[in-house]
Write a protein that binds this ligand. Structure first.
Ligand SMILES: [Zn+2]
Length: 241
């Protein structure tokens, strides 16, 4: 990991938008930051890209519509714990696990519509090479939907857990920021606990997803990791391809 510096949340201007491919990415990856920002009085909005409907495909107790409805409610409860009210949440309900098959232009259009009410001065989105296909498919359309002037921080969710060497950023690519979970640890734990369906709360699907205790412990212990692109030419080069 590139040398890191501590992030001062006070340097981040509002409106701040926190983007999650799935309900729970934000509690795992940036709960302490969200709590710090709302404590500072920043206007924080949250945007959910997929419906989270793939976590328990075989559950009879939680058929697809019930699962997605429940996960949306869990997402909002977790955000509420971190100080983000429901009226500052928006959900696109795109298909979980299949974002790579959705037209990026369509994703970008929907994200831009969501941002229109309060264009982000700060955009917090998953790291572009976070090791989950939906996270990688989220990055570009969300990045491009934000105003060019927005400060962009990319957060790690699965990177410390599953990332190989190629997934990690290089010192030429980014500045790395860390945020201790410290004072926010209890709220972060409460926010993660809101995601009952991901914590073993659906017992009738042996193939269902459960957050591993070590993943939760790693998220709680911190620090949270944020990557900031060192120069806009990185984006310009991407756009030229
Ligand atoms: Zn995710």
């Amino acid at each position: 990991m590139p040398a890191a510096r501590p992030l001062d949340p006070g340097t981040l201007l509002g409106p701040v938008w926190i983007v999650s491919p799935h309900p729970d990415d934000e509690v795992l990856g940036c709960a302490a930051l969200i709590a710090a920002l709302t404590d500072l009085g920043r206007e924080v909005h949250a945007l959910l890209i997929t419906d989270g409907g793939l976590s328990h495909p075989n559950s009879r107790a939680y058929p697809h519509a019930h699962l997605t409805h429940t996960r949306l409610a869990e997402w909002r409860t977790g955000l509420e714990v971190m100080g983000v009210p429901e009226e500052r949440t928006a959900a696109l309900n795109l298909p979980d696990g299949m974002l790579e098959e959705v037209d990026p232009a369509q994703i970008q259009h929907r994200v831009r519509q969501a941002f229109a009410a309060a264009p982000p001065a700060t955009l917090v989105l998953p790291w572009r090479r976070d090791p989950h296909p939906d996270h990688r498919a989220t990055w570009r359309p969300v990045w491009e939907a934000a105003p060019p002037s927005a400060r962009r921080l990319e957060y790690a969710v699965w990177l410390p857990e599953r990332g190989d060497a190629d997934a990690w950023p290089t010192t030429q690519e980014v500045r790395t920021w860390t945020l201790d979970t410290g004072a926010a640890r209890l709220r972060k734990a409460q926010a993660i606990a809101a995601h009952v369906t991901q914590m073993g709360g659906i017992p009738d699907d042996p193939d269902g997803f459960t957050l591993a205790p070590q993943m939760v412990e790693r998220a709680l212990s911190g620090p949270e990791l944020y990557f900031e692109s060192l120069n806009q030419p990185v984006l310009n080069a991407l756009e030229a391809t």
